[in-house]
Design a protein around this ligand. Sequence first.
Ligand code: HEM
Length: 488
Amino acid sequence: MEAKEFFLFLTDKTTITSFIGVIVICMVGMWMKKKKKRRNSLPPGTLGQPLVGETIRFLRAFKLNKIDEFISERVVAYGPVFKTRLFGQPTVVFTGPAGNQFWLFNDGKLFHGNARGPHRAILGVNSLLDRNGEDHKRMRAAFMNFFAPESLKKVVGNMDSVVRRHLDDFWEGRDLVHAVPLMKFQTFSVTCNVLFNLQDKDQVEELRDHFTVAAEGIYSFPLNFPGSRLHRALRARSHIDRILSSLIARRKDDILEGRESSYPDLISTLLKITNNEGKPLSDQELKDNIVVLTIAGYETTAMTLALMCKLLAANPHCFHRIAQESEEIVSGKCGEEQLTWEDVQRMKYLWMVVQETLRIIPPVSGIFRQAIMDIVYEGYTIPKGWALYWSNYSTVYLEDLFREPHKFNPTRFEGSYRLPPYSFMPFGGGPRMCPGNEYAKLEILITMHHLVKRYRWISEDPEEPIVRNPLCFPARGLPLKLSSIQKA
Ligand code: HEM
């Protein structure tokens, strides 16, 4: 073929159309091949029905505190990493120490926090939970400053007084108490008092009611219509915002007029931090952070305390050891009742009991994140945009990590015993590890010390089941028959 003929052939309409057609077919073929390869390399598991997927099963297991069963059934069927669909999102679940390790080292690099659905609507989009990278680091640093040991030392006295006042008002002289509502009441009062310098009892109570409803909506089905749980939670959130607005305005005035208290609360601390452009946090950012911190902090601590009461009633020998330790601490104090930071550091056995409680029934059952790129893990590819889920329950009952895992045995945390790495993370790990863990430890130790020092108790209903909503708690509120030590 001569050059001219070849040129005519190339510019012929049919040839051009066929040429484009071939290219399109090749591209579609390559795209389908890539898609198939990607589908083949997805982790095993089932995505279930579009949208709903396994959400209903997950929520059912969640409510009955049987997330460990939801996970272990799938680990048996598919292996330690599997896919499912939760809350409308294809989701990959990581389990076991290897999953924990991967999670811990890659959080913020391969995946990040991305609250969605009910989480996002109720908690807001401006809090620590929704920040990533440098922005998250900067905001977190302000929190960490507030929760550092040097700052916490200053709150021991205040915390101790609120706890003792609460026991005087709601436990003293009672033969029967319901530990769940009382613990919630107490930790919420401590939160308001210590973190927000809010002492007005009526306002604390009103806020507490709204926070309870808001927290219940977090793991609800994402449907917002009058009467739905999400709808109620969103209304509660707007009431909370109204109260917080006035609290923030008051605190701004205090700062402007030099009335700042000698002990700066968390609102004052947050008012002093600035965003990337050097501007202070907006009121909405402040409110979202306060809401997140309160929800993250008070019920987790309350439920740990209530579950400890239940576990101690069932394990009198542990109760006895705590009582002995408390007596030793008290006898060294020459009659002074208020606890000090140093006293709390001596509560070694009590701390083991707290850790064992957190292992047997982790208050936070799991965490969601979102892949920010295609992730290769254990030979599987997790596509960008998919949700990831990590659960505390994937390790705490494994026989090869914890001997007799269903037995309550605080001494497994004794002295030199080393836990297998990445086996126990009740406060999470990595860049988003719970910033309030030391604060929670302080409050739990102070409360249990005073309780054990004053009272003995037995469960009125030892078979009472434990449920979740979204945290776990004894279903009937943990009725306890109480006797004070003086009476005994
Ligand atoms: C027994 C009590 C507690 C438990 C078991 C607990 C557990 C956790 C866990 C597992 C996380 C998730 C970490 C992650 O996303 O990787 C977390 C995050 C968080 N916790 Fe706690 N927590 C407790 C008490 C508290 C308290 C008392 C506060 C504050 C007063 C608090 C504030 C927070 C905040 C703000 C976050 C988000 C951190 C971030 O995204 O950077 N928590 N907590």
